[in-house]
Each structure stands twice: as C-alpha cells, then as structure tokens.
Design a binder for this molecule. Structure first.
Ligand code: 7RM
Length: 629
C-alpha cells in the first residue's frame, strides 16, 4: 500500500492549499509514490486554447507493474479480485495478487502470440468475469491500447467502435450471464465483424458453453492460453503513451473515443480512490459498475489495484435472483466500501425495506454514489437503511473525460451534504461561469468549468482532436467545459444540476439523443424525429421520442413496436424510448432548428412552462402534441 491519504480535515486543508499554490510540486509529490522506470523531466505542460495537456513528461512506467508486480513483495497472498458470479450457487473466486499477476502475464503472452503489439488497438467485448479485468491489464502489460465496449451494446454499435479505432483484435466470449438472461455475445460479435476488416483475430472465452458458430479468425481462449507461460516483462511506456480508448456518446451521432494516457491516469485514479473511499489495507471494496464504463475502468480495475486493494467484481444485476442481491453480497463478503449509482438505489428503494434488513450490513463503513444527481429521497433511503446513519456517503461527480472523481467529499474526513457532491478534490480547480464565461463568486447557479488540468484529463478524442477542442475547450476559452450545470452554496459546496447539452442520463447511462434520432430516422416510414429526456422515478430520466411518419399509418402501435426494435438493434436495449409519440410536425425555429427546450417541457407535461411559442415556425404543432399525449 502507498500512503497518499488525508485522514483528517487538517491534512486535507493543507493539501488543498499546497495544490493551489504550487500544483506541480503537489502532483510531483503524489507521483513519487509510484514505480517509474525513469522519473519525469517536466511535471506539466498545458495550453487549454490549443488544447494540449501533458503530465509527467519524459517519465517511463508500466501501470501493471504498479497494479501487480509492486504488491508481490508486500502482499502476494492478499486477494486482488474477489469475483461474485451472477448465479449465487456458483462459487465466488478469490484471486490473489500473485495469481492475478501470473494470469495477466499469461494472457499478455497469448495476445502477443496472436500478433498483438505495442500501440495496437484491441477491442474487448466481454461479460463481467475476471477474464475481462485480466484482458484489460494484459493489454496494458504489452502496451496495446484497450477499447472496452459494454457487453449490452448492439452489433452496429460494436462495429462502429471497432472501426473508429481500427482495432486489430477482438476479445469476446460465447455468451454472458446477466440475471435470468444470457446475452449471445459471440453471435453479436460475428454480426459486427462482418463489417470490421481491420480485425484479424478474435479470441473467444468460454463462459456459458452455448452453441456458437466458428470462423477462420476465431481462437478459443482456453486453447491459446495453454501455450502461454506466465513470465511477461512489462512493456516500458512513456507517461503520455495512450493506455486506453473509451467511447462516450456526444451530441452528434458519432461516439467520442476518449483517450487516456498512462502516467497521469495512474496517478490520479490511485490518489482519488485512496482518498475518497478512505481505503484501509484488508478492506473489501465493491463498485457495482460494469467495466464497460469509465467507473469500472478507474474504480474497479486501475485505482483499487494500484493501491493494493481488494476489489469485488460482480457479474450479475441487483434484481437477481431477488431485489436483495446487493445486500446479500455485502453480507456474504463483509464489504466495507460500497459504490453504486442513484438509479440502482431508486430501483431498490421501491421494494420492502425488509429485503435490506434481513442482511447483516454491519461491515459497511463507506457508501458512494456516481453517475447522476442523487435526489434527496434516494440519498436518505441509502443513508438510513443501507448505512444505518453510520456510513458517510460520498457523492462523486466526474466523467469519462475526467478519468477520475473531481468533486466529492472524502469519506468521514470532509463534511457531506445531501444531494451535493460538495467540494473539488485537492488539486482540482472548479469554477462557476455565467453564460458569457465570467467567473461567478459565492452562492450562485451557473455553468461548471475547470480552470487547471488534473493528471487524468482525457488528452484527445481518438482521430478527431478538432472535435475535442470544439466540445470541451471552445465554449468557454481557457477552461475545460464538462457540459454540466451546478449550484454552489456559501461554503463552496457544489450541487450538480444536470447536463446543459443534449445528452440524457438514463439509469446512469449517458445517452446522446442524436444517435437515437438517427436510428429512428432509419425507418422507412420516418421522416424526422426528436428525442428528449423527461424525469422518471426509477431511471432518473427516461426518453420520449417524437416521430413524424412519411405517411400516416392506420396502426401506430405496429410502427412504435418496429421503432423500439430498431433502436435496440442499432444502439442497444437501454436506448429504447419509454414513449414514442407519432406527430405531424416538430416545433421549429424559423431557421429550422428543433426547439428541444419546448419538447422537454411537453414531455414532462409542464404545459404552463412552455414560454412564448409565437416565434415558432409552426406553433400549431405544440397544440397538436398536447392534445395527443
Ligand atoms: C462517472 C460517469 C458523466 C456525466 C456527468 C454528469 C453525470 C456523474 C454525477 C453526475 C451529478 C454526480 N461518467 N454525473 N456523476 N451528476 N452528480 N455525482 O458517470 O461520462 O458516463 O457521465 O454524468 O452529468 O457529466 S459519464
């Protein structure tokens, strides 16, 4: 274990002060806790106008030596990954640091034997089994850039991501278990690979044993691994070499491949993990996210392993076999830190509290929340019933683009405030801006922005640096613009109010409305569509789609069913709109832009808050939409 933890308010405040006065000295001291083959020459070079950010320049390292090799001297037998399968009757697995190291090295050798090398992009489309984490680490071991695609995505979404990064290899499985469902991952991957000419090898893990078809480029994981030995020296990487690409939705149809680099990402994820969760040696830490999302990358795999923690990995879902699975697993493995999403809390809150109370949750010390604003009701339910009012709750605000948690309290060290993410981490300079980009002071509501780089900021969008500039650095020159709005109280605590652009967070998943509209528009009888979010009790937000048919249809229900299937196949089931409303037109400005603001009000049923609709090109459609909803 490395000690870079502020255990009390005094040392936290000192760190804040130091980070503010001399950020480079501050980060340099933190980075010194890691194993580098060569120390950096320059801590930081950046220019938010260009934009360009580089950390620990000239430094050389391999993140897996920090996550694995380093712990072999001090705690080889400590459990690194504690795996809890989907099916409770299947045994849990305790994988020690020593075992994890040797399994990562074997997979790394298997990748090399099948042609992978430093700098190659490798797509990983796998269920939440230990081999997924091992695959991620094996790529990092050999310096290949991993691109994990969530195993709930469709063939079209998978193919688009593989092609965007020209991946040369795919790691997948025959199928995956999730609750009472089996996802046919290999079938979906086969469908995707028909359109992916750059992939020349696909390695298939046997998980479910289901029947699959076999192609010339396919290799069985269990056969290939036989030939691989467990000695694999780590590839020496420059601090600024890419570590991985992870796609996140944007306001156009094309997902953005956020690129994270080795040195800064390692330093920041370890630093934030250790401080936010106040992890102690031997604790059992559980983050319920999927490794297909950034939360899984940073706070299941890299952050926890870099500090030598025991990280629990769960294959299943909160509702299987019953709605007490989370609590059953907490009791079974004596979980100390539990990190989940508001959407899960809201879903579980709807069930009898007896389902929580029947399990012994006395091991819990810290609770965490991530992904969207947590409403007061969910916050208190979490605090009362799960934490028994004894566990601090860390409400952690961050993004795929930020790589790690930026605004949060530190468990038990800094004050918490329900529904507030609270304060920026030491080393993070958050500000609120007005619409013209002026910094606001004191108690205010405004646009959240970050003034100075932190080590794990994404460096670019794969293949599209111009878009990176436009999305994050152009709206408010000189700042990083995350796209969220926030309130700030007199103590400087931040409450994140939500997205200020066209992304809707459904059950904690960030969904761009544009790709869903594109999918709907693919239907032969749809001319145009618009998708907006509306508040939903369980999902946080749900989607309402307005669609204009080319020709009126006799049976809207059939059309709607076809559209739902189309979205599921193009993007994934998560993106299926809750409501699809057939309309004859969409409210538009005179320049032809859809007035989404009005559609959001209509979807939320807030008819008295539509504002002035007389400037619309076609105000009559507003009345029609109201009549038919
Ligand atoms: C980690 C993650 C990012 C967006 C972000 C926000 C929202 C995340 C919180 C939150 C309020 C939070 N990455 N968000 N955490 N909103 N409070 N604690 O979620 O790239 O998938 O999404 O999620 O809008 O910009 S993400």
């Amino acid at each position: 274990m490395i000690d870079l933890t502020y255990r009390n308010l005094e040392s936290y405040n000192q760190a804040k002060e130091k980070a503010k006065n001399n950020p480079e000295a501050f980060w340099s001291e933190i980075a010194a806790n890691f194993h580098w083959h060569k120390k950096w020459d320059t801590v930081l070079e950046y220019n938010f106008h260009k934009p360009e950010v580089k950390w620990f320049i000239g430094g050389q390292l391999n993140i897996t030596e920090n996550c694995l090799d380093r712990h072999l001297e001090t705690q080889p037998d400590q459990t690194a990954i504690l795996f809890e399968p989907n099916n409770p009757s299947e045994a849990a697995q305790h994988i020690s640091y020593k075992d994890l190291h040797s399994r990562v090295c074997r997979v790394a050798n298997m990748l090399k034997a099948n042609g992978a090398k430093k700098g190659d992009r490798i797509c990983i489309y796998m269920p939440m089994v230990p081999e997924l984490a091992i695959a991620v680490l094996a790529c990092a071991r050999i310096g290949a850039i991993h691109s994990v695609v969530f195993a709930g995505f469709s063939a079209a979404a998978l193919a688009a991501r593989i092609n965007d990064a020209s991946c040369s290899m795919l790691l997948t499985a025959d199928g995956g278990y999730r609750g009472d469902k089996v996802t046919p991952l290999k079938d979906i991957a086969d469908e995707a690979l028909k359109k992916c000419p750059t992939v020349n090898c696909s390695i298939v893990l046997k998980r479910t044993g289901q029947a699959i078809s076999w192609n010339t480029k396919d290799v069985w994981w269990h056969e290939a691994i036989e030939k691989a030995d467990d000695h694999c020296p780590a590839e020496i990487m420059d601090s600024e070499d890419p570590l991985f690409i992870l796609y996140t939705s944007g306001s156009t149809g094309k997902p953005k491949g956020m690129v994270h680099t080795c040195g800064g990402y390692m330093v920041y994820t370890a630093y934030s993990f250790q401080n936010v969760f106040q992890y102690n040696k031997g604790d059992i830490y559980w983050c319920t996210a999927d490794i297909g999302w950034i939360t899984g990358h940073s706070y299941i795999v890299y952050g926890p392993l870099a500090v030598g923690a025991t990280t629990l990995m769960f294959e299943g879902v909160p509702s299987y076999p019953d709605f007490d699975r989370f609590w059953e697993v907490c009791a079974k493995h004596k979980v100390n830190q539990f990190y989940t999403a508001p959407t899960a809390i809201r879903a579980l809150e709807k069930h009898p509290v007896a389902l929580v109370n029947k399990h012994d949750l006395s091991s819990l010390k810290v609770l965490g929340s991530v992904g969207e604003p947590i409403n007061a009701e969910a916050w208190h339910w979490y605090d009362d019933h799960v934490g028994k009012n004894k566990c601090p709750i860390v409400d952690t605000w961050w993004q795929t683009e930020t790589g790690g948690i930026l605004i949060t309290s530190l468990a038990g060290v800094t004050p918490q405030k329900p529904t507030y993410a609270t304060l920026p981490m030491p080393g993070v300079q958050a500000v609120l801006l007005d619409n013209d980009g002026n910094e606001l002071s004191g108690e205010q509501e405004g646009i959240l922005a970050i003034k100075h780089p932190w080590p794990s900021i994404a460096r670019t969008i794969w293949g599209d640096h111009e878009r990176y500039k436009n999305v994050y650095f152009s709206a408010y020159p000189g700042y990083y613009f995350p796209g969220d709005g926030a309130l700030r109280d007199t103590e400087g605590n931040y409450r994140i109010t939500g997205r200020v652009d066209d992304v809707v967070i459904v059950s904690g998943h960030n969904l761009g409305t544009a790709p869903i509209e594109n999918a709907l528009d693919e239907h032969e009888n749809i001319v145009e569509s618009a998708v907006v979010g509306f508040p939903h009790d369980i999902k946080g937000n749900a989607l309402h789609a307005f669609v204009i048919p080319r020709e009126p249809v006799a049976d809207n229900e059939t059309l709607i069913a076809e559209l739902r299937t189309l979205v599921a196949n193009t993007i994934g089931p998560i993106a299926k709109p809750d409501r699809i409303q057939v309309v004859s037109g969409l409210p538009k400005t005179r320049s032809g832009k859809i007035m989404r603001r009005i559609l959001r009000k209509l979807a939320a049923g807030e008819y008295d808050q539509l504002g002035d609709v007389s400037t619309l090109l076609n105000p009559e459609v507003v009345e029609e939409i109201k009549r038919n909803s």
